[in-house]
Design a protein around this ligand. Structure first.
Ligand code: 3H9
Length: 683
């Protein structure tokens, strides 16, 4: 039974019981409808609806969205609840999201536990509220707040919901508070739909549209939500609901909604592979070597997850810098209201920084986050081996280097793993877990357990230069530089990729991270680079000119006075010059041609990663590209997007490009295979 009913005196208790999150699937909808009839039959004086397990309801069951809707539909069920002569009260603990929040709107009264949250995250799944959210919410909170809540998808606290008029009461025990409501007063409460609509305000609607265009460019659902909310302001409720339902059903089967559902479920399915059954070791104290930006970000991520953390540094200056870095993150989190004073001081108590490795002698995990040099990292590994327990895990945060080579310096290479965090490590959700040839299952299981505790998305990858993410990134940048040298400007390339859905193009991103890191990498790769492969020297010239990005005031763009960004004709000239030296006749690429080259280059590389077994699945590549590299989430990740093009079409286009440069555009065998067999890459 997904909904249980119980009667006490004249009060009916209806409990949604559909673990783990009380998603509102068919059986819940049917159960709620039956409960309406039951309460009326029993002539109860109220129904108190709640969710089992301290969770009201996480919304409609998104797993059902791939099939045709089945009756009873949620909007009809909620109409019945709202119009029943037995008034319903929502007693909300945990979260009331999407359809869950819509159940609450159909009730006469909404009571929330102090730490509960309520919201309409539908746009994050590419849809809009489809069971009255867009129509009833403005009646309670007004137009501006309804637009904010629905277009942002962000849930709000009980306190905010009370202030906005979304709920009437906050109580530690919502069920008890609902029981105590005076029957006569309850009878006088008007159904949400019967409250007056706020007036149409074009300024407010325009601001919302402007905001959505700036924040969620390319996404259909938030704009559609505004249209539907606007339509409802002038329509009787049932007509407004019909407009909402039509838009919801259209969006539900849209490509964007499919892509967003894919990522939603992929994120939750990122777990330890089934064939690894070894239990993880218990971690309590973690040592981090290096307290720079990356090391201190990792430290804070671990402090947040409840670990004791010691940063190990070379000298007193390094110790001070590490302390300052962590302190800065703690203060910023406190200032932003992400943690309380108590939580901030608790994090500080669990943190230390020192030059004395013996202070980490009981650490069961050490993560090296030092300078990207094999020699430096080898030395650190040997020192850690000397000071840490013999079974402690020794991990490297390297972005490119060979984990097997690093592991080989230790007596027990099975204790070595790569933990590739992304900067800023306390914010970015992706964690590439790099499995070395000898890494033990226990160590892998512990890495996945660590990721879960830190609320990161773990993706297991194999050893190669750059693993999954940075190998694709290198190919993306190479394709961009080639297009630049052969005819475009960095700003044209950036604009084309922003139009595709990236928040920033490849050149603006490099200016943020600095051009020196990629430069050092290129020098490391000089010895092994395929001499037949075309080399684009523009980035090297940028470094020679001291244009290292924002930190030097100029990179691919100029940043006069540290503010704003201006296109730099000197940079554009570098492309023209290098093309001239190489005897290349430059061409003008359209935005579509730019996108085609950059995206196909990434897809081809990603297919090679799958073919070589470095990536375990196409979905893993989707997670890496979305959560580590800014690929638009609403396109579902690189390989999900590739499947919308189809392997045969991709191969055809690459074959065309290969006529210009057969080395750079060597088709991945996997793509060829999928094209020949007519199969999806994401399978
Ligand atoms: C909607 O409501 C449309 C309506 O307006 C109109 C209808 C007509 N469906 O996240 P977790 C699963 S659209 C199906 O790890 P947490 C999830 O896959 C919906 N399954 O837990 C996972 O499964 P597994 C609007 C769902 O504690 C398990 O539950 N609602 C759904 O970290 C645990 O999930 C949303 O967008 C779902 N809706 O976080 C809310 N939700 O164990 C989406 C979760 O097999 N959900 N699952 O891996 C969330 O934000 C989080 O899950 C929540 C819990 C905060 C609730």
């Amino acid at each position: 039974m997904s909904v249980t009913t119980r009667r006490e005196d004249n009060v009916g208790y209806v409990e949604i019981d559909n673990a783990p999150v009380n998603a509102i699937g068919l059986s819940v909808r049917q159960g709620l409808l039956d409960a309406v009839r039951w309460a009326e039959r029993e002539a109860l004086d109220r129904v108190i609806v709640s969710g089992k397990g301290g969770m009201f309801a996480a919304g409609a069951d998104a797993k059902e969205f791939d099939s045709a809707p089945v009756e009873p539909h949620l909007p009809d069920v909620l109409n019945q609840i709202e119009n029943s002569f037995v008034p319903w009260i929502a007693a909300i603990e945990g979260v009331a999201l999407g359809g869950g929040a819509e159940i609450a709107l159909a009730c006469r009264l909404r009571i929330m536990a102090p730490n509960a949250r309520i919201g309409f995250p539908e746009v994050t799944l590419g849809v809009i509220p489809g069971a009255g959210g867009t129509q009833r919410l403005p009646h309670l909170v007004g137009l501006t707040d309804a637009l904010n809540m629905i277009t942002s998808g962000k849930p709000m606290s009980a306190k905010a919901a009370l202030e906005k008029g979304l709920i009437q009461t906050i109580h530690d025990e919502p069920n008890y508070a609902a029981f105590m409501v005076n029957t006569e007063e309850l009878g006088c409460i008007v159904p949400t739909s019967d409250l007056p609509s706020p007036p149409v305000d074009q300024d407010v609607l325009n601001t919302a549209r402007h905001h959505v265009n700036a924040k969620s460019a390319g996404q259909i659902a938030p704009l559609r939500a505004i249209d539907v909310i606007e339509a409802g302001l002038n329509l009787p409720i049932q007509e407004g609901l019909a407009v909402e339902r039509k838009a919801f059903l259209e969006l539900r089967s849209s490509d964007q909604a499919k892509a967003l559902r894919h990522i939603f479920f992929a994120e939750r399915a990122a777990k330890l592979p089934n064939d690894i059954t070894a239990p993880p070791i218990t971690l309590e104290h973690v040592a981090i070597v290096g307290g720079g930006t990356m090391g201190s970000g990792i430290a804070y991520a671990l402090l947040n997850a409840g670990f004791r953390v010691t940063i190990l540094e070379n000298d007193a200056e390094g110790v001070e810098r590490a302390k300052e870095n962590v302190e800065t993150i703690v203060s910023a989190s406190l200032k932003r209201g992400l943690i309380s004073e108590q939580e901030a001081s608790d994090r500080k108590d669990r943190f230390s920084a020192t030059t004395d490795y013996d202070q980490a002698s009981d650490a069961t995990l050490a993560i090296e986050a030092a300078f990207e040099s094999m020699d430096v990292k080898r030395k650190i590994f040997l020192t850690l081996e000397k000071h840490l327990p013999a079974d402690a895990i020794i991990a490297s945060n390297t972005s490119y280097l060979d984990i097997n080579e690093l592991a080989s310096v230790l007596q027990e290479p099975l204790r070595v793993i790569g933990l590739h965090f992304f900067a800023p490590a306390h914010i970015m959700k992706l964690l590439e877990i790099v499995r070395g040839d000898k890494t033990s299952d226990t160590v892998i299981a512990t890495a996945f357990a660590l990721a879960k505790r830190c609320r990161k998305i773990p993706v297991m990858v194999g050893v190669c230069d750059g693993f999954v993410g940075n190998r694709i990134l290198a190919r993306y940048r190479e394709a961009a530089d080639t297009v630049f040298m052969d005819g475009s400007t960095p700003w044209e390339i950036d604009e084309a990729m922003v139009e595709f859905g990236y928040a920033m193009g490849p050149y603006a991103v490099q200016d943020l991270s600095g051009l020196d890191i990629a430069h050092a990498n290129r020098r490391r790769q000089d010895a092994t680079r395929d001499p037949a492969r075309r080399y684009i020297p523009i980035a090297d010239r940028m470094v020679e000119l001291g244009k290292l990005g924002r930190k030097t005031g100029a990179g691919w763009y100029r940043y006069p006075g540290g503010e704003g960004r201006v296109d730099d004709p000197i940079v554009a000239d570098l492309g023209i010059e290098e093309a001239h030296f190489a005897g290349i006749e430059r061409v003008e690429y359209s935005a579509d041609e730019i996108r085609q080259r950059l995206l196909l280059a990434m897809i081809n590389e990603a297919a090679d990663l799958l073919h070589e077994g470095i990536a375990q699945s196409a979905t893993d590549i989707d997670l890496v590209t979305v959560f580590g590299y800014g690929f638009p989430r609403w396109r579902g990740g690189l390989m999900h997007y590739a499947d919308t093009l189809g392997a045969a079409e991709i191969v055809k286009q690459i074959q065309q490009l290969a006529k210009e440069d057969p080395v750079a555009w060597k088709i991945s065998p996997l793509l060829k295979q999928c094209a020949d067999n007519g199969t999806r890459i994401g399978r």
